[in-house]
Design a protein around this ligand. Sequence first.
Ligand code: 4NP
Length: 167
Amino acid sequence: MNNSSKIKVLFVCLGNICRSPLAEGVFQSVLKSYNLEDAFVIDSAGTSNYHVGDLADDRARKVAKQNGIILNHRARQFISQDFTNFDYILVMDHLNYDAVLSISKDANDQQKVFLFRSFDETNIDDYNVPDPYYGGDDDFIEVMEIVSRASHGFIKFLEQDAKISIA
Ligand code: 4NP
């Protein structure tokens, strides 16, 4: 399958070292479990340039590894070209949402942007994946659980929106 027919998904947070690389890794493992990896291009980015080139935070890598997921991503900043390169831009919180929308060109760009937590069935209030950077291991475990639920919810959404079938 060449890339033009693949579904392209970009996960976005602030630093691209905690939430979005975890979301990318977890979503990839969910795709793998459905044998759908080849149908997708996935990546992650940060709205800031604070950690460009860095591997994911040690705590994110640790919780991922405990779940059988190796994070090799190097942080990069979100750029306007990402609106062209991706079909779905999944942001971790409202601050990321505003930052991404602030560099959108038009309605076509804007309709690609979703709060990732809107696909988490247990979300009850604000649709934010909480920023764990100033937290502890427990906060990273919570992020792991949220992005796992949201990944499954997003796959279900894609069954309708992108006509994929999950066996
Ligand atoms: P992330 O977490 O947006 O989930 O990658 C953060 C990482 C770094 C910083 C803030 C949040 N920072 O301020 O450096």
